[in-house]
Each structure stands twice: as C-alpha cells, then as structure tokens.
Design a protein around this ligand. Structure first.
Ligand SMILES: Nc1nc2c(ncn2[C@@H]2O[C@H](COP(=O)(O)OP(=O)(O)OP(=O)(O)O)[C@@H](O)[C@H]2O)c(=O)[nH]1
Ligand SMILES: [Mg+2]
Ligand SMILES: [Zn+2]
Length: 380
C-alpha cells in the first residue's frame, strides 16, 4: 500500500516535508470513535489519539481530525495508539451545522473529490433538497454528482431524470439501483484509483447498499425503510472511509436528521458569523487570492492570458479539480442570482433572496460564503 493508494496528492508534500524531516509519518483517518481515530497508513491500519498539545492549540471542533483527513503522527514501538500531532491542509471540506446550545461546525468528510448526493426514488425524492445539497457540495470544494437511487421502484425514471437534469445544470445526474446494480457501472468514472468519494443523503436512501454493491460484498450494515413513508432507520451510525477493490476511497455517512449544512463564515445570519474569517479558512481563499492577480478582472481562469490561477495549476501548486469547483460555484452563484422561476413559489423566493445576498457578498469578499442555509428541511 502506498500513500497514493490512499488518495495522497503531491500538493501535500510541501506541508508534510517539515514533519517528515522530524521522522514523523502520515496516515488517513478512516473512522473516528470519540477521541480514538482509525488511521490507514502504508503499514496498515493503526489507531491514534491527538496529543495534549494538539488539544490545547485547537481553537475549534473543526480543527480536530475528521474522516478523510491526512494526519501527522509519531511512530511508536508498542502497539498502543500513536500520537497525532497535526492535520495536513484539506483540499476540500464538507461540513454540517451541528445543533447544540450554540451551533458549531461539524466536519463530515475532507479531501473528497466527488460527493454522491443520494436520493431515493421511493417517497424520499425531493428536488429542492437536492439543489441545496449540490450548492453546498460546490462550496466544499468537491464536485457533486446526483444519484437517483431505487430506480427499480420508480414507474417513470426517464421523466424524473429529465426533471432533475434540467434543474441542475452542470451537474451529472444518474438513475441507479444500488440494490440491483442498474447504472452502477457508469459511476466507474468517479471511482478511479486514488479518488475519494463521499456519499450523503437522508437515512434509508441506500448509501450503504450502493457501497456494498461497489465493494462486491455485504460489508456495510443496511436496514429496510419504514413502510408508509419510506423513512430510514439510521442504520449507519458513524462515518467511515473504505477502500474499494478498484482503489477508490469511499466515505459512508449516516443519514442526517437535520441536514443544516455549514457554510464557511458561520452558523447563519444571526449567530456565529465571522467565526471562520479570522483564520482565513475558506475553501477557496487561496484561489480567490490568486484570481485577484489575474491580468483581466473578468478572467475566467481557463486559457486566459495572464491568468495566475492557471499558472499555479501548471506549476503544480494548485489542484485543477479545485479550480473546476471554484469556477462552477461562481457560475452557479451568478446563475441563481439572475434566474427567475415562477414555478417555484414563495418558499423558494425566500431562498433565492438569501442566495442573492450571499452571491453579492461572495463577489465582494472573493467568493466567501456566509451561512444562510437555515432553510434546510428537517429530515429523518
Ligand atoms: N428497491 C430498492 N431498495 C433499495 C435500493 N437500495 C437500497 N434499498 C433498500 O433501502 C433500505 C435502506 O438502505 P441503506 O443502504 O441501509 O440506506 P442508507 O442510506 O445507508 O441509510 P442510513 O445508513 O440509515 O443513512 C434497505 O432496505 C435497502 O435494501 C434500491 O436500489 N432499490
Ligand atoms: Mg447506511
Ligand atoms: Zn485567471
């Protein structure tokens, strides 16, 4: 097993170099059990806990290792847990707003290339919810792909598929049956060796079933949905990173009851805003910074003359996939702010108004998003 087999990117080499010279190693978080982390390393699976110093210097729950993270640890002689000293920079970060006395950012998965947004074509299908997930995935720095699962129980798959594709320009949408395997082979393009794919969506939509199909074995626990309303039973209880036989890394997640996704900048208009601004932790802050140096203010960061973003990609210091997400987000933000869709009704006019405000601020602040995702419907 090499680091590349676990999804390592050359862009991490620079940050890791200082630790490497001190004899420290790196591994990827596959599971978190409270304070104990399972790590995948070139030498196999080990356990780790963060050092007292780490705990002390962490200022926020989101600073702690999350599933998908590359962490730095000191090797040990005995077989106790290793000491995790640092988390390497995340190339993407998918968070939700965790409920509590004060809402805080809970990191769901990091260093993800593609997020499969899974929806069930039984009674679970909700296009508005999928649109919101899509938006948030773009913001996380990963690329969203929508899977309309349980195609085997849907009477008119073609119609639902056409509707979803029309609503989600620039997003790949597929109808699949993770249970029968229909359409799953087309997902191979996202599952190449070294790619990391997270699956999100309500409980019972079939995330774990899809993963089992791809793995070719019944590894993840699955459970039938409630008859009547197709709601799931929260079968998966923790996030987990699993390597497929083809070498992709899949992250299974529990269906979320309240899916209030976190947007950089805080917990919403009323509270917690600006918490992340001080440490400049935006997903695209580095690209936005480069973009300010492009020769033309309307640079599309493609083949434009004098484009600093493309120069960084050529130089190998910037991941092209992130540039794609950055461009897609910019496009989607300007699209949403111009589009009027009378069919959407009142609730969505409200969402649109908030999105427009966010878009305006993003432009001003270099694509910085603030949290205005309070419109997520509760789900179970
Ligand atoms: N008909 C049909 N049923 C499916 C399909 N995929 C999954 N299911 C069923 O849906 C139920 C829920 O599947 P899971 O894989 O446990 O769902 P999950 O998304 O992992 O749910 P949580 O772990 O609770 O978040 C199970 O009974 C599956 O057999 C499908 O393609 N077609
Ligand atoms: Mg599951
Ligand atoms: Zn440019």
């Amino acid at each position: 097993m090499t680091l590349q087999d676990l999804g390592w990117r050359e862009s991490l080499a620079e940050s890791f170099a200082q630790f490497h010279t001190q004899g420290l190693r790196t591994g990827r978080v596959s599971i978190q059990h409270r304070d104990l982390y399972h790590l995948l390393t070139v030498e196999g699976e080990i356990e780790g806990i963060v050092t007292g110093r780490f705990r002390h210097t962490a200022t926020h729950p989101a600073d702690f290792p999350a599933v998908g993270d590359w962490v730095v640890f000191a090797p040990t002689q005995d077989d106790g847990p290793v000491a995790i000293q640092a988390v390497l920079p995340r190339r993407s970060k998918f968070s939700r707003m965790a409920a509590g006395t004060t809402p805080y950012e809970q990191v769901i998965a990091t260093n993800v290339d593609t997020v499969f947004i899974v929806s069930g074509l039984d009674d679970n299908h909700n296009l508005r919810r999928i649109e919101r997930y899509t938006m948030q995935v773009w913001q996380s720095g990963a690329v969203p792909v929508v899977l309309l699962n349980k195609a085997d129980v849907c009477a008119d798959v073609a119609a639902v598929l056409a509707e979803a594709r029309a609503a989600l320009p620039g997003v790949d949408v597929y109808a699949v049956s993770g249970w029968r395997g229909d359409g799953v082979e087309t997902l191979g393009r996202y599952l190449a060796a070294g790619q990391t794919v997270a699956l999100v969506g309500s409980s019972g939509v079939g995330k774990s079933t899809l993963i089992n199909f791809v793995l070719g074995r019944q590894q993840m626990l699955t459970h039938d949905v409630r008859s009547g309303d197709s709601r799931g039973r929260h079968t998966t209880t923790h996030r987990e990173l699993i390597r497929t036989p083809g070498g992709a890394m899949l992250i299974d997640t529990p269906g979320m009851r309240e899916f209030a996704l976190w947007a950089d900048g805080g917990a919403g208009e009323s509270g917690g805003r600006n918490t992340d601004e001080a440490d400049g932790d935006d997903t695209f802050a580095d690209i936005a910074e480069l973009a300010r140096g492009c020769r033309f203010p309307d640079c599309r960061h493609m083949n434009d003359v004098g484009c600093r973003v493309q120069q960084a990609v050529q130089a190998g210091s910037l991941d092209y996939a992130r540039v794609r997400s950055y461009r897609a987000l910019a496009r989607e933000m300007s699209l949403t702010s111009r589009q009027t869709n009378p069919a959407r009704g009142r609730a969505d006019a409200d969402t649109k108004r908030r999105t427009q405000r966010a878009a305006r601020r993003s432009v001003k602040r270099g694509l910085r998003q603030d949290g205005d995702d309070d419109g997520f419907p509760g789900e179970a």
